[in-house]
Write a protein that binds this ligand. Structure first.
Ligand code: IPM
Ligand code: MN
Length: 371
């Protein structure tokens, strides 16, 4: 298969984790005879530094004419503590989500046996955890009108949703639930917010068309608690933009590390694939960031192209690296492997179709640790 992938590495650890994902794409190309053409552009603080804008029209056009976008991370501390800055890195990501109409952000939360001691939750709580968050991505408070009064003392962000915006993502979530454990939880704040009441109404109406799916309605504050005390009770979680942002970071704790969480964003035409984590500026340039979330996002990209064998080869390679403890310091503080080694060995595992043995003495050096 031939595909055009537009790569936006972004800021902080973005370029490092993306470099590992590119190794994986090359390994899949070679092993399964595909031709995925990679081109690069700027977004976020990197783009502001070069062009004055967090995302240029030229880059948007290139994304639109590709088959998929692969994104690293966005954000730079020099903007975080200066609320007066008008141009901000995150605006680039929001603009891109809107431009590509990426209304559905899908964040699967898996647990890995080998990581259960990394999670701060008790092991018994993690048994059977397997959920996926469907987060609405182009509406709600993120995109509503923003105002700051002339005297600078009052500010507002409008949260608005239309029936159509809710329907299109709810449909994807119901379809996913049908193929999974047939349970859907709508997370909202319908006891307070008008938008949440509209979500409930739309989802209640749609539920009639999916009699095999059990629908549960949960306020977001309760959902945050349930996610910690009873995470295995969730299957498909459907929610609006900001609640989805918050509960997906919370849910990452179940896996053990935010560095393990991939995502795909589906829209009208071009899909976008990105890790859920941020730009982790403290780690930038140190070769210590966990590239697995980005690599697993690449697996989601192959699934999106219906190349399921390739997606599985990537997941198998990640599972193998976890089992062999070829992992970064967020998972194994005592004896971490560098980000680049994790990428090298996952790519190597794919090329060798799983037939790899390691000399553990050299775990920090990918060249010497392959037997
Ligand atoms: C995410 C991030 C973004 C969001 C930021 C970087 C704008 O936190 O993808 O979860 O809030 O959506
Ligand atoms: Mn977030």
């Amino acid at each position: 298969m031939n595909k055009k992938i537009f790569v936006l590495s972004g800021d902080g650890i973005g370029p490092e984790v993306i470099a590992q994902a590119e190794k994986v794409i090359k390994a899949i190309d070679e092993t399964y005879n595909h031709k995925f053409e990679l081109a690069n552009g700027l977004i976020g603080a990197a783009s502001i530094d070069a062009t004055g804008e967090p995302l240029t029209d030229e880059v948007i056009a290139k994304c639109k004419s590709s088959d998929a976008v692969l994104l690293g991370a966005i954000g730079d501390p020099k903007y975080d503590n200066d609320p007066t800055k008008k141009v901000r890195p995150e605006q680039g990501l929001l603009k891109l989500r809107k431009a590509l109409a990426l209304y559905s952000n899908i964040r699967p939360i898996n647990t890995y046996d080998i990581l259960k001691d990394v999670s701060p939750l008790k092991n018994e709580k993690l048994k059977g955890v397997d959920l996926v968050i469907y987060r609405e991505l182009t509406g709600g408070i993120y995109f509503g009108e923003k105002q700051l009064s002339a005297d600078g003392n009052t500010a507002s962000d409008l949260c608005s949703y239309s029936k159509e915006e809710i329907t299109r993502i709810a449909k994807l979530a119901f379809e996913a639930a049908k193929l999974r454990r047939k349970k859907l939880t709508l997370v909202d704040k319908a006891n307070v917010l008008e938008t949440s009441r509209l979500w409930r109404k739309v989802v209640q109406d749609m539920a009639k068309k999916y009699p095999e799916v059990t629908v549960e309605y949960m306020y977001v504050d309760n959902a945050a608690m349930q996610m910690v005390i009873n995470p295995a009770s969730f299957d498909v979680v459907l929610t609006e933009n900001m609640f989805g942002d918050i509960i997906s970071d919370l849910a990452s704790v179940l896996t053990g590390s935010l560095g393990m969480l991939p995502s795909s964003s589906i829209g009208k035409k071009v899909g976008m694939f990105e890790p859920c984590h941020g730009s982790y500026p403290q780690a930038a340039g140190k070769d210590i960031a966990n590239p697995m979330a980005t690599i697993l996002s690449v697996a989601m990209m192959y699934d999106y192209f219906e190349l399921h064998k390739e997606a599985k080869a990537i997941r198998d390679a990640v599972n193998w690296a976890l089992t062999e403890r070829v992992v970064t310091e967020d998972i194994n503080k005592g004896n971490p492997s560098p980000c680049s080694t994790v990428g090298d060995l996952i790519a190597y595992h794919i090329e060798e179709k799983g037939d790899v043995q390691l000399n553990k003495k050299y775990m920090k050096d990918s060249k010497n640790c392959i037997i």
